[in-house]
Design a protein around this ligand. Structure first.
Ligand code: FAD
Length: 399
């Protein structure tokens, strides 16, 4: 039986980046991916690198917004990692960090921006609060209807089709075994080792391996994967929609978000405008449950609303043809914060998932690898400890 220091479950951004950093720290790593590398959320997302407090973290009242703002130091760490990522990986992944606006279109949104600004500054993030005129001086393509904007110079975007494969290549160079079409079927704790059964599709054969540690980086499937070790994690799959317009002349170098509505926009290097912001799609159902093996279906009404918001903020968009819409599945944690750390009562079982996992993926991977190899992290990650859901688990259930 082959033996590894770490089994990583999942070949999305979090899994591939974690495998890379773990191997760089000297670990012997197997990464098992059920499908192809980067075939799910990590390759389907909007590619926004948003470090300002997101709309979804500000829509549930002041008390929760204040609580969520404790994520800001993690966002700042993520910004630093993205700035240096292409040097780290030795190739271009289309990282563009030319600044991002969160725009207010009415008085309520201006109030939200002011509260957000205060919270961000409390946590050391130097967001700028701009008048409409100041914002339009930097971004003349913005609608004359905007009331104000928060600006963070390091926001931007990267290409989701490039980032994870680049991490996978870098991981392989560090000696990681990456096995695609390889499903983790079973996990048993045996003394201090994890005994793992894998199903390898293309040959149809099974392989058993042993690992000292397991990292669950299975995204929306992290809850399901945790159950293989009799661990309960509150990860819910959520279906989201994206749209892209035809290509046009380059005019929009910034990431755009709206303070009080679901909207994100950016222009990619080919000239197309990507439009999203968290609008739901509809799961297909199988035997009464969402079928996570199939792409969710598009809800046209949501696409219309999303495009309407985009055209309201950037009027030029109204002239562009819609090229394509698509859907993807993301994992959402019950309390909206990331899950990052070792699961209490299950020594050697780690999880890294949740939140805005494209923006934060490199940071999760960096931190979890540091924790797994050294036993601690420089950056405080106690807020994201899976132990906050300890009530869902009793260690004696471990198999
Ligand atoms: C439409 C959309 C837009 C988004 N936009 C943004 C954005 O702009 N910015 C941002 O920060 N975030 C965004 N997100 C969220 C972001 O994409 C995800 O948080 C992130 O990609 C999660 O990465 P991951 O590696 O954890 O998961 P995934 O990329 O989903 O990878 C998990 C992998 O685990 C594998 N797996 C599952 N079970 C098993 C098993 N038993 N054995 C082996 N492998 C298994 C799956 O096949 C999958 O490949 C968006 C998400 C969607 C869907």
């Amino acid at each position: 039986m082959k033996k590894y220091d770490v089994l990583v479950i999942g070949g999305g951004l979090v899994g591939c980046a974690s495998a890379y950093y773990l191997a760089k720290r000297g670990a012997n790593v197997l990464l098992a991916e059920k499908n192809d590398i980067n075939s799910l959320a990590s390759g389907q997302n909007a590619g926004s690198l948003h470090f300002q407090l997101e709309h979804r973290l500000m829509e549930q009242g002041d008390a929760l917004t204040k609580q969520f703002s404790r994520i800001i130091p993690l966002n700042c760490l993520a910004a630093e990692l993205w700035r240096n990522l292409e040097d780290e990986l030795g190739e271009s992944v289309d990282v563009v960090m030319k600044g991002g606006f969160m725009v207010a279109m009415n008085n309520d949104e201006v109030t939200l921006l002011k509260k957000k600004y205060a919270l961000e500054h409390n946590h050391g993030m130097d967001t700028q609060l701009l008048t409409a005129e100041e914002a339009r001086q930097i971004a003349p393509y913005l609608s004359k209807k905007i009331q104000a904007a928060a600006y963070f110079p390091q926001e931007g975007h990267a290409n989701p089709r490039l980032v994870t494969p680049a991490y996978a290549r870098a991981a392989i160079k560090q000696g990681v075994r990456i096995q695609s079409h390889c499903e983790v079927l079973q996990l048993n704790k045996n003394a201090h080792k994890w005994r793992v059964s894998l199903k390898i599709d293309h040959s149809g054969h099974r392989e058993d391996i042993e690992a000292n540690m397991v990292l669950n980086a299975a995204g929306a499937w992290a809850g399901h994967c945790a159950l293989l070790a009799a661990i309960h994690l509150p990860v819910s799959p959520q279906a989201l929609t994206m749209s892209v317009t035809e290509s046009t002349h380059t005019f929009m170098p910034h990431l755009l978000q709206r303070a009080g509505a679901k909207l994100s926009m950016k222009q990619v290097s080919a000239g197309n405008i990507l439009i999203g912001g968290g609008w739901p799609a509809r799961f297909r159902y199988k035997q009464g449950h969402p079928d996570l093996t199939q792409r969710p279906t598009i809800i046209m009404e949501n696409v219309f609303q999303n495009l309407g918001l985009a055209a309201e903020l950037v009027p030029v968009v109204e002239q562009l043809h819609l090229l394509r819409c698509w859907t993807g599945i993301v994992g959402v944690i019950e309390d909206q914060l990331p899950l990052l750390g070792e699961v209490p009562g299950f020594p050697g079982y780690y999880v890294a998932t949740g939140g805005s996992g494209f923006t934060l993926g490199p940071a999760y991977a960096n931190l979890i690898s540091e924790l797994m190899i050294t036993g601690a992290t420089d950056h405080d990650i106690s807020l994201y400890n899976p132990g906050r859901f300890g009530h869902l688990n009793s260690p004696e259930e471990a198999i």
